[in-house]
Design a protein around this ligand. Sequence first.
Ligand code: HEM
Length: 493
Amino acid sequence: LKQVLFRNPNEPPVVFHWFPFVGSTITYGMDPPRFFKENRKKYGDCFTFILLGKKTTVYVGPKGNDFILNGKIRDVCAEEIYHPLTTPVFGKDVVYDCPNSKLMEQKKFMKVALTTEAFRSYVPIISDEVTSYFKRCPDFKGKSGVVNICPKMAQITIFTASHALQGKEIRDKFDETLADLYHDLDMGFTPINFMLHWAPLPWNKRRDHAQRTVAKIYMDTIKARRARGETGAQDIMYHLMNSTYKNGVKVPDHEVAHMMIALLMAGQHSSSSTSSWIMLRLASRPDIMEELYQEQIKNLGPDLPPLTYEDLAKLPLNQAIVKETLRLHAPIHSIMRAVKQPMPVPGTKYVIPPNHVLLAAPGVSATDEQYFPQPMLWEPHRWEKDSPLAPSIVRNAPDNGEEEEEKIDYGYGLVSKGTASPYLPFGAGRHRCIGEQFANVQLQTIVAMTVRLFRFRNVDGQEGVVGTDYASLFSRPLEPANIVWERRDAAQA
Ligand code: HEM
């Protein structure tokens, strides 16, 4: 009653809760998308809930996405939220441990390294890593078997990303020390560490030790590469080693090292969760997996030549697999910002006060039937323009096949301004993902190479796919996520 009577009419409604500090923390944490959808029905697109004592205002739908993700720098702040969690893992002076203008410059350095020429060099690297992984992994020996796909995809992701983005020298160290060290770093990257990042807990000690050791490995590698006088490499590390801030200061080695950690951590969880979901979805739709194989035979030739960057554009269904999987399984379910000034919500009487946190959840509009017919159905063909399930953003796209986008310069090159879109798995605005193209190239190559080697299906008795694990920062499949694999050549023999 108190919560209803003393409600401030100029603030969004507050989700009912029994206990002051706990608020809705548990119902939110168990299943964030369900929490957003149920409360949206009760309270509308904009509502507030209590998350560990903090008033957290959710604004869903394209307008909410725009309001939060396109918020002005004087109104919203990402680093205030992310800094305590990320700085002990990434290290000092990068990403959220520096002013936003410096992050913008750092993102620009990384973004400009990701040229078409670089992508062209990455596709063979990624394909070779995938093929050699499946050749040497003991769980894929023989003609067929059952495997929990998530740890396999996590390994493939780290081998492909480290090799392409950080060079062969670093990739080789993943067979030695780096894999375990990254695992320890990962232990410091959990929701509980939003609160306990400072505590002298055993896993925080291991995290701090791993951070120092990994940073030193990168710095030693940088020194060795400089000493060799290397030229013309295509990995991001090499590019950062040779970048200079606007104020004339060369990017120091420790910042290059810390950015390398940040990049791998940012890409690892999101890409490996996505590739796991793709494999699970393919196992539940063997007909689509077969279509993918036939698409390669038809468009690349029956002898399936080594895959190139240009080939990826000739495989529309292969591209749509990634797009559709990210629509249903976006790894980042909540994007948060601290409010710095009172923020009037356009078209409403609400003003969001500075003690609130804003939360954008683009996954809500990506699964809203207003934009996507039969929203919970995984159907990659919906991304074809004349599909009856095509979302309006595809159906109304101009005929040249490109989606119409307004571009804006945030200081690190033109990025899509399309913040009022219902489909934003890579975020939008100044904090938008710089890894989108890389993730697409990486995921499409992994899928194309896997499809060449295997047929997948669900284990007997399983329909559809497993549920989602929301307990870590990035949502991912609940494990064990078992699938049945069968070698294509074994079946033909
Ligand atoms: C930011 C998603 C892969 C690097 C973001 C954001 C999202 C996102 C939603 C915005 C976060 C926010 O606004 O707070 C994804 C997904 C991926 C992916 C779904 C794969 C499927 C990658 C990869 C890299 C990367 C592979 C590195 C190569 C970054 C960076 C930022 C970012 C540096 C900027 C953070 C900021 O400006 O605050 N990503 N990402 N991401 N991502 Fe990704």
